[in-house]
Ligand binder design. Structure first.
Ligand SMILES: NC(=O)c1ccc[n+]([C@@H]2O[C@H](COP(=O)([O-])OP(=O)(O)OC[C@H]3O[C@@H](n4cnc5c(N)ncnc54)[C@H](O)[C@@H]3O)[C@@H](O)[C@H]2O)c1
Length: 107
């Protein structure tokens, strides 16, 4: 599973994992990322890719984890863009694992 899958780094990681033959589940709320970044991943010849348009801070993440049972979660969701002030931008990657880990533990 890759969070922030529709972002710059996430989408490249998704493409690489698919090229390596992994099954990949992408998660992104599309707040700054775009589905266009996942156009290669969504092409049929790239392998098994599914995408969940969800916020990682919502309970929908726990449901997606329970459904897909990922072996690994690569956490690349991040706040970006000129409208985001620096403090939340740097806090989010640090604080969001505290939100994700309990959702994994519940399963
Ligand atoms: N871009 C770089 O050159 C670079 C270099 C080193 C490290 N990083 C780090 O890699 C991480 C990703 O960076 P990026 O450049 O891909 O950022 P990005 O903004 O392109 O991607 C972040 C993605 O997270 C998604 N997102 C934001 N909040 C979300 C939420 N609550 N739920 C679900 N998805 C959410 C956004 O929609 C976006 O698609 C960041 O932590 C960044 O600091 C980036």
């Amino acid at each position: 599973m890759v969070t922030g899958a529709a972002g710059f780094i996430g989408s490249h990681v998704v493409d690489r994992l698919l090229r390596d033959g992994e099954d990949v589940v992408g998660v992104d709320n599309l707040s700054s990322g775009t589905l266009a970044n996942l156009s290669a991943a969504r092409s049929p010849e790239m392998g098994t890719f599914s995408f969940h348009s969800i916020d990682i801070t919502s309970d929908a993440l726990a449901e997606a984890i329970a459904r897909s049972e990922p072996e690994v979660i690569l956490h690349l969701a991040a706040l970006g863009g000129p409208r985001c002030s620096p403090l939340p931008r740097y806090r989010f990657p640090v604080a969001s694992p505290c939100v994700i880990v309990p959702k994994i533990r519940r399963i």
